[in-house]
Design a protein around this ligand. Sequence first.
Ligand code: G3P
Length: 254
Amino acid sequence: MRMKTTRTSSNTVDTDDTQDTHKTPTTTRKTATMELYVDSANLADIKHAASLGFISGVTTNPSLLAKEDPSLDIKTLILDIHASVGGHTSVEVISTDADGMLREADEILKWFPEATIKIPFIPEGLKAVRALSDQDIPTNVTLLFTPLQALIAANAGATYVSLFLGRLDDMASDGLRAVEDTVEVWDMHDVEALIIAASIRHPIHLLGVAKAGAHIATVPYKVLMQSMQHPLTDAGVESFLADHAKMMKAKGGA
Ligand code: G3P
């Protein structure tokens, strides 16, 4: 059975119910919505998702970039992606040594200074995270599969910790449980790093991480679109329009 946790970290506040007798008797209330990022490097998909108004960031990685047209210049693509979303943009380094990662981070920050540097959870990566954190440069530590890895990354100064659900599920381990446990540890110790739920494969994952209390979910375009769909919404719009047309006809209009 999953343990239910009560979020008390940075995006929640205690409420004072004594002034309002009509309030439900809860002791805490969320003040921030779980943010949604697009997990993609496809400019058309990112632009469409961003145009809908509910996306506040984008996360890329070398595999996502490798799916795109190889003739595209990476720097131009990343800058176009960033301009399309206008919010958080994570760009991942490919070096496996701290010095190399820091050199790549310098280069990315020259492209756009508000970049978040995405760094894999390896020992050299932690050194780089510490160095960047000491310079107040935001980092997103990726390839995390356990709450302890996430806690270590947070202690190295990570701004964001990316927990991968789908890849755990792929090997018959419970990905959602890893996010729930991480939220529980975060609440217990009031950890500042923001939890990104990543490797989301379907809408039920998205619902699960929202219920678990992740701060952010980075979601493939397809899953975002699937999560918006409901046949009753479509049928409802259709019948409203049909009824409106019927009424206008009855009134002798168009
Ligand atoms: O953000 C990480 C994500 O892209 C990994 O997803 O589906 O390759 O496990 P996936």
